[in-house]
Design a protein around this ligand. Structure first.
Ligand SMILES: [Fe+2]
Length: 621
């Protein structure tokens, strides 16, 4: 215990700097803020008590190769209080020796400069704790490449006093193990990328994927290795209390895949001594050839975030949506071909440890079907860093985490817009955190993406972005009078109309809403559920209720708004063939369909002339 805390020393200047930096973050968010940001860890006082203790029952985790494990923790305190809480630190050592080098004189103790990776109030696990001073807490730990320690604090989150620290080293058997694979479509239809996280740097072990058609000889493809340092973060808390070593992120490009085929794969690292480290086995089904007719099922949602199965970090904050959505998708995984999580991914907001936890949460999904992301404000925004919005929502990550932890087939992953094809679908994914207006680089991309698709082969044209660039009657947008992100549709609606985009999806607003086929605020089709022939306009869908706290609608319902739902959910599109599409909105709590529509049409209906979307004709014969 002594070794962990004996060097708690603080420089006053650094402490003030932390107070300032963290205060910016704590103050700005309100509902839905990152729960770790509520901890004033910089203010922690050294108050070790001989009669207070915290002990973990298990010390070696993952003995059978597991990458997560439940652990019991016993707490004893001579002066129990309802404000007592337990923090999990990883790395286990969290004293001032772990702080970044600093030349300023140190004048005050104690000094803790890294946030825990999770926490719980003791009374929530044992109601009798405030009387008995004894409690037992359960935590779920995942392999995050480092050891763990538990600490008992009194004084609540805002004035923490460190009473006791666990004195055994708790660690996974192989902390460097290759973990949490996430698939993404590559740059072409017959390429799948696998991205994963490990503790092996490239000079220590060669990363690769062993893969092949199910039941056939496997081949090996090398992987690249990326990482980033504290210096890559734009601001606190990512640069300060939220910083945690991200390990190494590897991506392998599996090329020349056969269409619609089942592949198995394993992540590997060949060590310098010639031995191999392997992950468990995974599988995926390769993408169909663009235009190929087969059953194709797509899931789309935004703003899911992560949540804790052990109830840590205020269970109710992103619950029940995030875990419910995750669990519904896992349950239906055999009937899902590709997933789009259109921004506000983990809500780590600068607390880097949360990205491991997010990739662990979605691993069953992301390791089996392509998990395509879009960039949201919580991934990208920070003032004066090139984001279109000068907000602090990324907690200083400024896009680095999203674009490193996940692969997207973008030309430049710092600009997260891209196009991808899945059989009869073309997806044009925009980055709403960067300028999309006419004349911008992104506008040119969107136009090219929409214009370059052959609708006879790929009839289903989908646009998606994080912020609502189309239509939403969320109360906040209604207050602004724009019923969308200001400037959102000004530039883009003529593109959606000209290129006959079928459906445009958005997150950011945490609810569900579907419009009529709409153009310039007017419904251009009176049908509600079964569209046939030429649809005449684009249907706009807000599907930002996958996990985060819900957002209210305006009292008044605009004419273009056909269906609104204040609940957690996600969308599933099913293309049966070139002329039949089913849209379903499902509740996260039970997977039941709450809203749906169908589109039935032929190629000539897509070609047909619509208002502001007609191809030129000539009277010459
Ligand atoms: Fe957002």
């Amino acid at each position: 215990m002594e070794s962990l805390v004996s060097s708690l020393r603080v420089p006053l200047v650094v402490l003030l700097w932390l107070v300032c930096c963290v205060a910016v973050h704590v103050g700005g968010h309100g509902i839905g803020e990152q729960p770790l940001s509520k901890i004033a860890i910089h203010r922690a006082l050294f108050a070790l008590h001989v009669n207070a203790s915290i002990k973990a029952e298990t010390v070696l985790l993952g003995c059978k190769g597991e990458d997560s494990q439940w652990i019991n923790v016993q707490v004893e305190s001579p002066g129990p209080s309802k404000d007592d809480w337990v923090a999990v630190f990883s790395p286990a050592k969290f004293n001032s020796s772990t702080c970044p080098p600093d030349d300023e004189p140190r004048e005050q103790a104690p000094y803790i400069c890294s946030a825990p990776i999770k926490y719980k109030f003791v009374k929530d696990s044992s109601a009798e704790y405030t009387k008995t001073g004894k409690a037992s807490l359960k935590f779920q730990l995942i392999n995050q490449r480092s050891d763990f320690s538990f600490a008992l604090f009194s004084g609540g989150l805002s004035n923490p006093k460190l009473l006791a620290v666990s004195n055994t080293i708790i660690a996974f058997a192989n902390p460097k193990a290759p973990l949490y694979p996430r698939l993404s479509q590559g740059r072409s239809w017959n390429e799948m990328t696998v991205t994963w996280t490990s503790g092996y740097k490239a000079t220590e072990a060669v990363p690769f994927v062993s893969w092949g058609l199910d039941g056939e000889p496997q081949s090996q493809s090398p992987a690249g290795t990326l990482t980033f340092s504290r210096n890559s973060m734009c601001a606190p808390p990512a640069k300060t209390v939220g910083w945690r070593d991200p390990g190494f992120i590897h991506t392998s490009f599996l090329k020349e895949l056969w269409p619609n085929s089942l592949y198995t794969y394993k992540l590997g690292h060949r060590l310098i001594n010639g031995s191999y480290i392997w992950s468990k086995s995974y599988y995926f089904k390769s993408s169909p050839y663009p235009g190929q007719d087969s059953l194709q099922r797509v899931v789309i949602f935004g703003d899911m975030g992560k949540a804790e199965r052990d109830g840590s970090n205020e269970y109710s904050n992103y619950q029940p949506g995030s875990l419910n959505t995750t669990d519904q998708l896992i349950k239906d995984l055999e009937n899902i071909d590709i997933v789009f999580h259109i921004g506000d991914i983990s809500y780590a907001n600068g607390y880097i440890s949360q990205w491991d936890q997010f990739t662990s949460q979605v691993e069953p999904i992301a390791s089996t079907v392509p998990y395509m992301i879009a960039s949201g404000n919580h991934e990208r925004d920070w003032p004066n860093t090139g984001s279109f919005y000068n907000k602090t929502d990324s907690g200083g990550e400024c896009g680095v985490l999203a674009s490193t932890m996940f692969y997207v087939p973008a030309e430049n992953r710092a600009k997260l817009w891209y196009s991808t094809d899945y059989g009869m679908f073309r997806f044009c994914i925009a980055d709403s955190e960067q300028d999309w207006r006419e004349g911008s680089e992104q506008y040119r991309f969107i136009k090219r993406c929409l214009a370059s698709v052959d609708r006879q082969k790929q009839p289903w044209l989908i646009f998606a972005a994080h912020r609502v660039l189309g239509y939403s009657s969320d109360y906040y947008y209604a207050l602004e009078g724009s019923f969308a992100e200001p400037m959102g549709r000004e530039s883009l609606q003529k593109l959606w109309q000209k290129y006959k985009v079928d459906i445009a999806f958005y997150g950011h607003v945490h609810n569900y809403e579907r419009t009529c086929p709409v153009y310039e605020n007017q419904c251009v089709n009176t049908e509600r559920s079964h569209y046939s022939g030429t649809v005449e306009g684009t249907i706009h869908v807000v599907v930002g209720g996958a996990g985060c706290h819900l957002s209210k609608f305006s009292q008044e319902t605009p004419k273009w708004s056909l269906y609104r739902d204040y609940d957690h959910g996600f969308v599933k599109l099913t293309a049966f063939n070139h002329s039949s599409l089913l849209f379903e909105y499902k509740k996260s709590r039970d997977g039941n369909v709450s809203d749906y529509f169908t589109i039935t049409r032929e190629y000539k209906d897509v070609l047909a002339c619509v208002h502001d979307g007609c191809e030129p004709t000539t009277s010459a014969s």
